[in-house]
Design a protein around this ligand. Structure first.
Ligand code: BTN
Length: 264
Protein backbone atom coordinates (compact mmCIF):
# COMPACT_ATOMS: atom_id res chain seq x y z
CA UNK A 1 0.00 0.00 0.00
CA UNK A 2 1.23 3.49 -0.83
CA UNK A 3 -0.14 6.90 -1.87
CA UNK A 4 -0.13 5.96 -5.57
CA UNK A 5 -1.88 2.60 -5.18
CA UNK A 6 -4.54 4.25 -3.01
CA UNK A 7 -5.10 7.14 -5.43
CA UNK A 8 -5.35 4.74 -8.37
CA UNK A 9 -8.48 3.09 -6.96
CA UNK A 10 -10.22 6.25 -5.73
CA UNK A 11 -13.29 7.12 -7.81
CA UNK A 12 -14.88 9.79 -5.65
CA UNK A 13 -15.57 13.35 -6.77
CA UNK A 14 -14.00 15.09 -3.80
CA UNK A 15 -13.69 13.02 -0.63
CA UNK A 16 -10.43 11.11 -0.33
CA UNK A 17 -8.90 12.87 -3.32
CA UNK A 18 -6.28 14.46 -1.12
CA UNK A 19 -4.51 11.51 0.49
CA UNK A 20 -1.79 11.69 3.10
CA UNK A 21 -0.16 8.26 3.30
CA UNK A 22 2.19 7.50 6.16
CA UNK A 23 4.01 4.22 6.41
CA UNK A 24 3.87 4.43 10.19
CA UNK A 25 2.37 6.94 12.58
CA UNK A 26 1.02 7.41 16.11
CA UNK A 27 -2.68 7.80 15.34
CA UNK A 28 -4.31 8.92 12.08
CA UNK A 29 -7.00 10.71 14.11
CA UNK A 30 -4.29 12.82 15.75
CA UNK A 31 -2.67 13.47 12.35
CA UNK A 32 -6.03 14.48 10.86
CA UNK A 33 -6.69 16.91 13.72
CA UNK A 34 -3.23 18.42 13.34
CA UNK A 35 -3.58 19.18 9.62
CA UNK A 36 -6.85 21.07 10.15
CA UNK A 37 -4.86 24.06 11.38
CA UNK A 38 -2.39 23.65 8.53
CA UNK A 39 -5.09 24.38 5.95
CA UNK A 40 -5.78 20.84 4.69
CA UNK A 41 -8.97 20.76 2.60
CA UNK A 42 -12.17 19.11 3.76
CA UNK A 43 -12.23 15.49 2.57
CA UNK A 44 -8.52 14.89 3.23
CA UNK A 45 -7.82 11.27 4.04
CA UNK A 46 -4.97 10.19 6.30
CA UNK A 47 -4.03 6.54 5.79
CA UNK A 48 -1.33 4.45 7.41
CA UNK A 49 -0.02 0.91 7.43
CA UNK A 50 0.77 0.90 11.14
CA UNK A 51 -0.17 2.91 14.23
CA UNK A 52 1.96 3.04 17.33
CA UNK A 53 -0.69 4.76 19.45
CA UNK A 54 -3.96 3.75 17.77
CA UNK A 55 -6.91 5.10 19.76
CA UNK A 56 -10.17 3.29 20.41
CA UNK A 57 -13.37 4.56 21.99
CA UNK A 58 -13.65 5.20 25.71
CA UNK A 59 -9.95 5.80 26.12
CA UNK A 60 -9.01 2.32 24.93
CA UNK A 61 -6.19 1.63 22.51
CA UNK A 62 -6.57 0.11 19.03
CA UNK A 63 -4.14 -2.64 18.07
CA UNK A 64 -2.64 -1.56 14.76
CA UNK A 65 0.00 -4.00 13.49
CA UNK A 66 1.76 -3.34 10.16
CA UNK A 67 1.20 -4.97 6.79
CA UNK A 68 -2.31 -6.38 7.15
CA UNK A 69 -5.06 -3.94 8.09
CA UNK A 70 -6.62 -0.63 7.18
CA UNK A 71 -6.29 2.42 9.44
CA UNK A 72 -7.56 5.72 8.11
CA UNK A 73 -9.16 8.99 9.15
CA UNK A 74 -11.38 11.18 7.01
CA UNK A 75 -11.26 14.88 7.88
CA UNK A 76 -14.32 17.00 7.07
CA UNK A 77 -15.12 20.65 7.60
CA UNK A 78 -18.92 20.58 7.56
CA UNK A 79 -21.14 23.59 7.77
CA UNK A 80 -23.64 22.39 10.36
CA UNK A 81 -24.16 22.67 14.09
CA UNK A 82 -22.10 20.46 16.44
CA UNK A 83 -24.94 18.26 17.66
CA UNK A 84 -25.40 16.83 14.15
CA UNK A 85 -21.85 15.51 13.96
CA UNK A 86 -22.37 12.30 15.93
CA UNK A 87 -24.64 11.03 13.13
CA UNK A 88 -21.62 10.94 10.80
CA UNK A 89 -20.39 7.95 12.78
CA UNK A 90 -23.49 6.03 11.71
CA UNK A 91 -23.05 7.23 8.12
CA UNK A 92 -19.51 5.84 8.17
CA UNK A 93 -20.67 2.56 9.74
CA UNK A 94 -23.23 2.10 6.96
CA UNK A 95 -20.61 2.97 4.32
CA UNK A 96 -18.12 0.46 5.73
CA UNK A 97 -20.79 -2.26 6.00
CA UNK A 98 -21.85 -1.75 2.38
CA UNK A 99 -18.26 -1.70 1.12
CA UNK A 100 -17.41 -4.90 3.01
CA UNK A 101 -20.47 -6.55 1.50
CA UNK A 102 -19.46 -5.41 -2.00
CA UNK A 103 -15.89 -6.65 -1.61
CA UNK A 104 -16.56 -9.96 0.17
CA UNK A 105 -20.15 -10.93 -0.63
CA UNK A 106 -20.71 -11.38 3.10
CA UNK A 107 -23.50 -9.42 4.80
CA UNK A 108 -21.92 -7.90 7.92
CA UNK A 109 -23.77 -6.51 10.92
CA UNK A 110 -23.67 -3.12 12.62
CA UNK A 111 -23.75 -3.18 16.40
CA UNK A 112 -25.25 0.18 17.24
CA UNK A 113 -23.94 2.74 16.87
CA UNK A 114 -20.85 1.86 14.86
CA UNK A 115 -19.09 -1.45 15.38
CA UNK A 116 -19.01 -3.71 12.34
CA UNK A 117 -19.38 -7.37 13.26
CA UNK A 118 -19.36 -10.65 11.38
CA UNK A 119 -20.69 -13.74 13.14
CA UNK A 120 -20.57 -11.87 16.44
CA UNK A 121 -16.96 -10.80 16.15
CA UNK A 122 -15.80 -7.23 15.67
CA UNK A 123 -13.93 -6.52 12.43
CA UNK A 124 -14.10 -2.72 12.44
CA UNK A 125 -14.24 0.12 14.96
CA UNK A 126 -14.93 3.79 14.32
CA UNK A 127 -13.84 6.76 16.41
CA UNK A 128 -15.26 10.19 15.56
CA UNK A 129 -13.84 13.33 17.10
CA UNK A 130 -14.79 16.96 16.66
CA UNK A 131 -12.77 20.17 16.79
CA UNK A 132 -14.76 23.20 17.91
CA UNK A 133 -13.96 26.87 17.56
CA UNK A 134 -16.19 29.46 19.23
CA UNK A 135 -19.05 26.95 19.40
CA UNK A 136 -18.84 26.07 15.70
CA UNK A 137 -17.44 22.95 14.04
CA UNK A 138 -13.91 23.55 12.84
CA UNK A 139 -13.55 19.93 11.71
CA UNK A 140 -14.84 16.42 12.28
CA UNK A 141 -12.42 13.52 11.98
CA UNK A 142 -13.80 10.02 11.46
CA UNK A 143 -11.25 7.29 12.11
CA UNK A 144 -11.73 3.67 11.06
CA UNK A 145 -9.74 0.60 11.91
CA UNK A 146 -10.63 -2.45 9.83
CA UNK A 147 -9.09 -5.83 10.49
CA UNK A 148 -8.50 -6.97 6.93
CA UNK A 149 -5.99 -9.80 7.04
CA UNK A 150 -5.02 -10.17 10.70
CA UNK A 151 -5.07 -13.81 11.79
CA UNK A 152 -3.85 -13.60 15.39
CA UNK A 153 -5.01 -11.23 18.11
CA UNK A 154 -3.80 -10.41 21.61
CA UNK A 155 -5.23 -12.53 24.42
CA UNK A 156 -7.45 -9.63 25.41
CA UNK A 157 -9.10 -9.41 21.97
CA UNK A 158 -8.94 -12.95 20.65
CA UNK A 159 -12.40 -13.96 21.88
CA UNK A 160 -14.29 -11.12 20.23
CA UNK A 161 -12.19 -9.84 17.33
CA UNK A 162 -11.88 -11.14 13.81
CA UNK A 163 -10.80 -10.02 10.36
CA UNK A 164 -12.25 -10.14 6.87
CA UNK A 165 -9.77 -12.86 5.96
CA UNK A 166 -10.82 -15.06 8.89
CA UNK A 167 -14.56 -14.38 8.80
CA UNK A 168 -15.18 -14.05 5.06
CA UNK A 169 -12.42 -16.43 3.91
CA UNK A 170 -11.48 -13.79 1.39
CA UNK A 171 -8.35 -11.82 0.80
CA UNK A 172 -9.42 -8.24 0.21
CA UNK A 173 -7.36 -5.43 -1.34
CA UNK A 174 -7.02 -2.62 1.19
CA UNK A 175 -6.92 -0.03 -1.58
CA UNK A 176 -10.12 -1.33 -3.18
CA UNK A 177 -11.91 -1.58 0.15
CA UNK A 178 -11.00 1.99 1.08
CA UNK A 179 -12.08 3.26 -2.35
CA UNK A 180 -15.46 1.49 -1.99
CA UNK A 181 -15.93 2.97 1.50
CA UNK A 182 -15.22 6.48 0.22
CA UNK A 183 -17.64 6.07 -2.69
CA UNK A 184 -20.39 4.97 -0.31
CA UNK A 185 -19.61 7.67 2.21
CA UNK A 186 -19.57 10.43 -0.41
CA UNK A 187 -22.98 9.35 -1.68
CA UNK A 188 -24.54 9.33 1.79
CA UNK A 189 -22.71 12.44 2.98
CA UNK A 190 -24.11 14.47 0.06
CA UNK A 191 -27.63 13.55 1.13
CA UNK A 192 -26.88 14.00 4.82
CA UNK A 193 -25.64 17.57 4.24
CA UNK A 194 -29.01 18.40 2.66
CA UNK A 195 -31.32 16.66 5.13
CA UNK A 196 -29.13 16.90 8.26
CA UNK A 197 -30.63 13.64 9.43
CA UNK A 198 -30.47 9.95 8.57
CA UNK A 199 -33.92 9.67 6.98
CA UNK A 200 -32.50 8.66 3.59
CA UNK A 201 -30.37 5.85 5.03
CA UNK A 202 -32.38 4.69 8.05
CA UNK A 203 -33.85 1.65 6.31
CA UNK A 204 -30.51 0.53 4.89
CA UNK A 205 -28.79 1.03 8.24
CA UNK A 206 -31.46 -1.08 9.94
CA UNK A 207 -30.87 -3.79 7.35
CA UNK A 208 -27.45 -4.25 8.96
CA UNK A 209 -28.43 -3.55 12.58
CA UNK A 210 -27.74 -6.70 14.60
CA UNK A 211 -29.56 -5.29 17.63
CA UNK A 212 -32.87 -4.93 15.79
CA UNK A 213 -35.69 -6.76 17.55
CA UNK A 214 -33.26 -8.09 20.13
CA UNK A 215 -33.27 -7.68 23.89
CA UNK A 216 -30.62 -5.15 24.83
CA UNK A 217 -29.23 -3.89 28.06
CA UNK A 218 -28.60 -0.17 27.99
CA UNK A 219 -25.56 0.58 30.05
CA UNK A 220 -26.24 4.20 30.85
CA UNK A 221 -23.89 5.76 33.42
CA UNK A 222 -26.85 6.81 35.60
CA UNK A 223 -29.50 4.30 34.72
CA UNK A 224 -29.04 0.70 33.53
CA UNK A 225 -32.08 -0.91 31.96
CA UNK A 226 -33.28 -3.53 29.50
CA UNK A 227 -35.65 -3.50 26.59
CA UNK A 228 -36.15 -4.52 22.99
CA UNK A 229 -34.28 -2.55 20.33
CA UNK A 230 -36.72 -1.55 17.60
CA UNK A 231 -34.35 0.30 15.29
CA UNK A 232 -33.07 3.85 14.94
CA UNK A 233 -34.81 7.16 14.40
CA UNK A 234 -33.81 9.91 11.99
CA UNK A 235 -31.33 11.27 14.50
CA UNK A 236 -29.53 7.93 14.79
CA UNK A 237 -30.80 7.27 18.30
CA UNK A 238 -31.54 3.66 19.20
CA UNK A 239 -35.21 3.15 20.02
CA UNK A 240 -35.66 0.74 22.90
CA UNK A 241 -39.08 -0.56 23.94
CA UNK A 242 -39.35 -0.97 27.70
CA UNK A 243 -41.49 -3.49 29.60
CA UNK A 244 -44.24 -0.92 30.17
CA UNK A 245 -44.51 -0.31 26.41
CA UNK A 246 -42.82 3.10 26.51
CA UNK A 247 -39.99 3.86 24.08
CA UNK A 248 -36.63 5.10 25.27
CA UNK A 249 -34.35 6.98 22.85
CA UNK A 250 -30.70 6.13 23.45
CA UNK A 251 -28.32 8.84 22.30
CA UNK A 252 -25.12 8.13 24.14
CA UNK A 253 -24.07 5.18 26.27
CA UNK A 254 -23.36 1.67 25.25
CA UNK A 255 -25.78 -1.08 24.30
CA UNK A 256 -24.99 -4.76 24.58
CA UNK A 257 -27.05 -7.59 23.21
CA UNK A 258 -27.59 -10.44 25.58
CA UNK A 259 -26.95 -13.94 24.44
CA UNK A 260 -25.45 -12.95 21.11
CA UNK A 261 -22.36 -10.94 21.77
CA UNK A 262 -19.73 -11.44 24.37
CA UNK A 263 -18.22 -8.04 23.94
CA UNK A 264 -19.79 -4.80 25.08
C1 BTN B 1 -13.29 1.54 18.65
O1 BTN B 1 -12.86 1.56 19.80
O2 BTN B 1 -14.11 0.71 18.28
C2 BTN B 1 -12.83 2.59 17.67
C3 BTN B 1 -11.52 2.23 17.02
C4 BTN B 1 -11.04 3.24 16.01
C5 BTN B 1 -9.68 2.90 15.46
C6 BTN B 1 -9.28 3.79 14.32
S1 BTN B 1 -7.82 3.23 13.49
C7 BTN B 1 -7.70 4.72 12.61
C8 BTN B 1 -8.09 5.83 13.55
N1 BTN B 1 -6.93 6.28 14.28
C9 BTN B 1 -7.02 6.00 15.59
O3 BTN B 1 -6.15 6.27 16.43
N2 BTN B 1 -8.18 5.39 15.84
C10 BTN B 1 -8.99 5.24 14.65
Amino acid sequence: MNAESLALEMKTKQLGRNIIYLERTGSTNEDAKRIVGEGAPSGTLVVTDCQEMGKGRRGRSWESPAGMNLYFTLMLKPDFVPNKASMLTLVMALSVAKAIEEETGVHPGIKWPNDIVIEGRKVCGILTEMLLEAGRIQAVVIGCGINVAQTAFSAELSEHASSLLLSCKKSVSREQLLARIMEQFEKYYDVFCKTLNLSAMQAEYEGYLVNKNKQVRVLDPVDEYEGRALGINEEGELLVELADGSISKVYAGEVSVRGLYGYV
